[in-house]
Structure formats: C-alpha cells, structure tokens
Design a protein around this ligand. Sequence first.
Ligand code: SF4
Ligand code: SF4
Length: 435
Amino acid sequence: MNQLEKRKARFARSMVRSAETVLAELEGNGDLPEGMGYFIDIMRDVFIKQDKSLISTRLQGGDNKKLIGTYCVMVPEELIYAAGAVPVRLCGGSYEASCIGDDFVPRDTCPVAKAAIGFTSLDLISLYQMCDAVVVPTTCDAKRKMGEELSAFTEVWMLEVPHIKESEGARKQWLEQLYALKKNIEKFAGRTFTAKKIRRKKLVAAIRMIGRAQYQARRLYETRMSFPPVIYGRDAMLAINAYSFDTASCWTDAMTRLNDELDERRQKGRFVCSKREPRILIAGSPPIFPNWKIPCLLEEMGAVIVADESCMGSRYLYDPVGIAEKSMTDMMVGIAARYIMPCVCPSFAPNEDRLFRLLQMVEEFRIDGIIYYVLKGCVIYDFELIRVEKIMKEKEIPILRVETDYSPEDVEQIRTRVEAFVEMLERKKLKKKGG
Ligand code: SF4
Ligand code: SF4
C-alpha cells in the first residue's frame, strides 16, 4: 500500500466511525419514529457501507441512469430529471474529507468547500466518483473557486447566479444561464446517456415530481411547529438532508410515511418532550451530515431544535415552481423564478427577505432562542449576523453565535457555551411563565 492509499484508508476508517457515531446516537433514542429508518439507511449506505451497487440501485434503478452532482440550492433538478438523469447534492459535511481538501485550498476556506474537494479528489465515498458531471453555482467565493479546483477531477459546469436578484437584467441573465445549462445537459445526454432532449412532457412530469417532494417537506416543516414538538430537530434535519442522496420520488414516499406517522403521534399526544424545553431555531451556515455536532449537542443539553433555515434543511425544498401555462418557455421562466426569487441565501444582496423570514419563523415556531451557526470562513453568513441580532433584540430573542468547523476538537468548549445558553433560556422561560 503506498502513502496515498494508506492516508485514504485512515481517513475512510475515521469517517465511517464519525458517521456511525451520529447514526447510533439517533437510533439510541428508543422513541425514534419508525419512518426515520429509511433516511438513516440512506446515510448508512452512502457513508458507512459505501456499496456502489446499493447506491446505484437506489439512484439509478435498473436503468443505469447518469448522475449529475449539484451544489447549493440553485441548480434546477427538474431539468436534470427531465433529461433522464438523476441529481445528487454533493455539499460535503465530513471532517475527514475537509482535511483532504486542505491540501488544495487556502487554510481559511470554509469546510463545505474543503470537504467537497476532498471527497472528489480522493475516492473516500463512491458517490462523488459515480457522478458524470457536476453543476457548481457561483454563489459565494468559496463555491466559485471550488468549481475551478473540481474541474481538475471531473466535468464541471459553472452556473452563474446573479447576486442582485431584483433587477430585470439579472433575471434575464439568470434565465439565459438556465437555457445554457439545459443545452449542456442535453448535449451531454446525447453524448453519454441513453436519454434525450428535454421534452415538454418530461419537464412537466419532473416539475410535478419535485412539487410532491416539496409538499411533503412543507408538511414536515409545519409539523415541527407542534407545541410540544413531535420530532427532534436532529432527526427532521437528517431526513431532509437525505434527499441529497435519493431520488425525489422514493424520498417523497418515505417522507409521506414519516409525516403520517408524526400526525398520528400528535393526535395521540405522543411528544418528544414537554412544553418546558427551550425551542431553538438554527440559523446561519448549513449543518451537513455527518457533521451533526451542533444539532446533537443542543438536544443533548435539553433544548429542542424546532426550526432551521438551512439550505440543507428547511430551505432545501421550500418553494414550488409556479407555472401558469405549460409551454417550454413558461416552465423555464417559472423554474428560473423559483430558484432565486424566494431564496434567502446570503449570497444575495440586498437580502432583507431573510430577516422577514427569520422573524416569521420566530413567531410561527414559538422560538425561545437562536443558535447562529457560522462555519469558519463563511463570511456571508457572519456579515448578516449584526442585522439579525438587531431585529431579534427588539423581539427579546437571545442569540448565541457559534463559530466552528468540522473538527471534533472544540466539542467540549462548544458544549459549555451551549449548556449555559440553554440554562439561561430555561430560566427565562420559567420566569415568563411565573410572571
Ligand atoms: S448558504 Fe447559499 S451559498 Fe451557502 S451552501 Fe447554501 S445555497 Fe450555497
Ligand atoms: S455559504 Fe458559507 S458555508 Fe456555504 S459554501 Fe459559501 S462560505 Fe461555505
């Protein structure tokens, strides 16, 4: 075994251990909804078993469909499905992969980009190597430069996302970008896939299929408003995160079963905790499996994450495509609008909508406190913290900023701060109830 192989084997073992620890912790909850088993199995197949045939059966069915990797939430999956391929969201959450990525990027790059490069450059999990091409939106600096690095290992299609979405010019430019992406997919399809030009009927079907997934994701979102809660945030967020590695239709079926089960639990008064536990909103950079450090810590400390605004969580599947007519042009316009207009990713400026969305969430979910999660190097989320703090101060909602990366080294230090924050929220809640 040469040095590289030894290094890969060491990282792979360590990643399997990290992923297994998180999944075992989730499964350790004796009252875990049965419907969660499906999503846990997806994560186990991808990160632990790493069995190509299992992944291939799940994603490609018997048809040997091609896989297209995507990053961020601005890549229209409808176009990929309509071409007969399957999208796989590749934003990475592994500490070990981020260590490999360190060899390729400056030290202060965010771990999401580091992990993506790490996974792609070294065959740590098969999924990255199984993708035939990847689409990288030019959202933040990290993603933009990451695309360039990835092109040394795989076929990369950059997708230029406007940063000012309100202007007419930006919308026009964005629509042009989507037409160019469509062409790329079709050309690639003609060259490599068994499929085909994107046809109107196929696109209608793909929009409907993703719409069904979005409907179920919204059901879960609304279920999490329950007071007391019927599901822990660490479970709900993992179920959404698993969408990255599944087909939209299979995921929708599994999410329907989970939602039905949660409805039944709520009717029977089977809650995961009482009304006393502080209700937390996680805002900021996206928690991505297997880096479940913050969700697990928070709920271990006695709080419950009832809401998140993560682009790997609640924001992932929030807004459906609205199409009045079903001509190809109407659908393209509808898709273009859906992927940027309601999106409150901080790569957009101005981004006032995000503040309204957060205030709305605080009301709807009866939030007691916010964990503002900042991945080291993620400047755009950190930038917006000041304005979030200002509006939340007016609402008397405490915020704890937690800056971290994927390393396990700061767990104890974060635990102490989170514990103190949760205790403060508990006291505040008790006082409010008493007074
Ligand atoms: S927050 Fe925006 S830029 Fe960052 S990973 Fe999510 S979609 Fe991409
Ligand atoms: S938005 Fe932040 S976390 Fe996401 S890729 Fe950019 S720098 Fe990294």
